[in-house]
Design a protein. Structure first.
Ligand code: NAP
Length: 289
């Protein structure tokens, strides 16, 4: 990729988080900006919890155009914004922020990113049953996505009963009203035979533990033949979870497309132009190979 000159008019975009050095967002966004020929640059900013408010004030004062938000700020940033989209309110987390005349506005593009590969499937989702492994931050976007998809049952399986209860309670006031029930991990075997869509939102199987899997081969055998296995992890590709699903001839999706599509949706907000998602995917694949 040819290096573009940074001039006095170059717009600044970026991502805030802590830690942030591992973020793949600069790779895909700078590839997209270069392909579009836009005079902008995307930078990773390490921002600790105590510095969040000061960082936003500094970004405002220095004219930064917009930014992504990642762990640990996705919830904490919300009170610092002047507008939050309904989808971000429903999820309870913001991952994309842009400048408006009234102040910073925020939304959540993880939901659109999660949905993109599923919406590309030639099938109806009405009345389907989704089983979600884990009840952390990403599971929130997944639950909101499953509601948008039309799933009639969303079963969330987790290892900590108190966290599952809090997760279920956190949706009670949500306008989404997900058809949600929660189950402890030992009951997973009972959830699988009826699942149309199984989504791993836990980090089990992520580098540096590629040998780990949330489902043993025995549990994977319980999924129906037409089920889809979706792992939010994007490194390694495939995860052991997805390898086991592929051995069963199930349709599989990994987290790379979600990463690309949540980034593309953010870029479209900032630039008001279609994002080159093929270039973004290619840049990530090259970086990860
Ligand atoms: P998080 O908020 O820390 O949530 C992780 C969840 O996994 C928690 O519910 C945690 O349960 C559960 N978990 C962890 N280890 C477990 C184990 N051994 N057994 C059972 N449950 C376990 O993290 P996150 O932000 O949701 O991210 C989760 C994964 O999704 C990561 O791998 C991340 O890279 C991926 N992700 C991908 C994308 C994408 O664009 N592709 C976007 C976001 C996230 P406890 O609460 O009990 O610890």
């Amino acid at each position: 990729m040819a290096l573009r000159p940074i001039t006095g008019t170059t717009r600044i975009l970026g991502v805030i988080g802590n830690p942030i050095g591992h973020s793949l967002s600069p790779v895909m966004h700078n590839a997209a900006l270069a392909a579009l020929g836009v005079d902008a640059v995307y930078i990773a900013f390490p921002v600790g919890v105590a510095a969040l408010e000061a960082a936003l004030a500094g970004f405002w004062a220095t004219g930064i155009s917009g930014f992504n938000v990642t762990i640990p700020h996705k919830q904490a940033v919300m009170p610092l914004l002047s507008q939050i989209t309904p989808v971000a309110q429903a999820v309870g987390a913001v991952n994309t922020v842009w400048r408006t005349d009234q102040g910073w506005a925020g939304t959540n593009t993880d939901v659109a990113g999660f949905l993109a590969p599923l919406l590309a499937c030639d099938r109806s989702w009405a009345g389907t049953r989704a089983v979600v492994l884990g009840q952390g931050g990403a599971a929130r976007a997944v639950v909101a996505g499953c509601v948008q998809l039309g799933c009639s049952t969303i079963e969330v399986v987790g290892r900590r009963p108190e966290a599952l209860t809090a997760f279920a309670a956190s949706w009670q006031a949500s306008p989404l009203q997900p058809p949600l029930s929660v189950y402890p991990w030992p009951s997973l075997a009972e959830r699988l035979p009826g699942a149309d869509l199984l989504i791993n939102t836990t980090p089990i199987g992520m580098q540096p533990h590629p040998e780990a899997t949330p489902l043993t081969p025995g549990l994977m055998a319980l999924l129906p033949a037409g089920a889809i296995a979706y792992d939010l992890i994007y490194t390694p590709r495939p995860t052991r979870f997805l390898s086991l699903a592929a051995e069963r001839q199930l349709t599989t999706f990994d987290g790379l497309e979600m990463l690309v599509q949540q980034g593309a949706a953010a870029l479209e907000i900032w630039l008001q132009t279609p994002a080159p998602s093929d270039i973004m995917r290619q840049a990530l694949q090259q970086h990860l190979d």
